[in-house]
Design a protein around this ligand. Sequence first.
Ligand SMILES: Cc1ncc(COP(=O)(O)O)c(C=O)c1O
Length: 377
Amino acid sequence: MPGKRIPLATPTMHSEEMAYIQEAFDRNWIAPLGFNCDNFELETAAYLSEDNKYPCHALCLASGTSALHLAVKLAGVKHGDIVLCSDMTFSATVNPVSYEGGVQVFVDSERDTWNMDPDSLEKAFEKYPQAKAVMLAHLYGTPAKMDEIIEICNRHGAVLIEDAAEALASEYKGKKCGLFGKFGVLSFNGNKLITTSGGGMLLTDNEPDRKKALFWATQARENAPWYQHEEIGYNYRMSNVVAGIGRGQLKHVEEHRDLKEQIYNRYRDAFGDIPVTMNPYTKEAKPNFWLSCITVDPISDVDPMHVMRVLAVHNIESRPIWKPMHMQPVFAGNDFVSANEKYVDEDIFARGLCLPSDIKMTGEEQKYVIDIIKSCF
Ligand SMILES: Cc1ncc(COP(=O)(O)O)c(C=O)c1O
């Protein structure tokens, strides 16, 4: 075991992916569109919506980031519009606001899920009543406090965009993440719960919005015999080959989720006697446990970066908590709103660490990781 690299999260392939890829080759359908794309969309929508219990129209795209960009466009964000954004997330959540000339205002997190704090969101709307949209991420696959967030967005007439890139298969009150916003986004990046090597999906509750996004994603080609363009378009479609990987992976999505939960529970049970706390979730939520994380309790003076360095010496990958957007130099000019006396985001970032959560990690390997972490305290 010592010496063997233990990663944070890597792709886990099965046998079905190759069969779908082979079919694409056999039928010479290597183009950006095709039967794997169509079926991947239908199968994902059926999975998320539990066979049409909720409306769900899916569009597979080149990346989660391109899906977020099209969601921002569909939300009608234009030059100078304010978008209230999750602060503690990966930058891809918020960059697409800039693509459209919008202005991000970052909103602090709460401690129960590490996601956007409803009280801070309310305060942000008091300061920016004209905010056009809210960009909400479910960090590390843990569902945010959706009832409160949706109520606030509705009351202020703002469009909710749900970045569920890390939260495929996560549920809030029995409904899948990605279906709560006017627009939802998934990522199939290599480190996600399931992967297509690279890819994403846009989710909407209606076909006209899906069609509009498809139009933009395919170079905004008007219906004419020649190339006719009346709007700016993008080349954002997923290829039929990689959509085949997605179809094969989707068959294993629940199995991947369950393995992630076992990893989380093993960490939680093992850490009962050291001063750390796992990334929390509420009783309404069923997370996908995409990444298991800890925060070092305030009574301890152990620096999480020390733990990260010790793990690295043993060839074990860990990573700091996503650095809040309001602390990023690129967003130095953007506002940050918090209803908390002490900024929650900054505190979690200072005390937190993401731990290996690869579903191929064996129980023995995880025990090795746990023992090294414990030796730091
Ligand atoms: C929260 C979040 N949003 C968006 C993205 C972007 O997705 P993609 O890499 O597929 O563009 C990622 C991850 O990559 C993410 O973690």
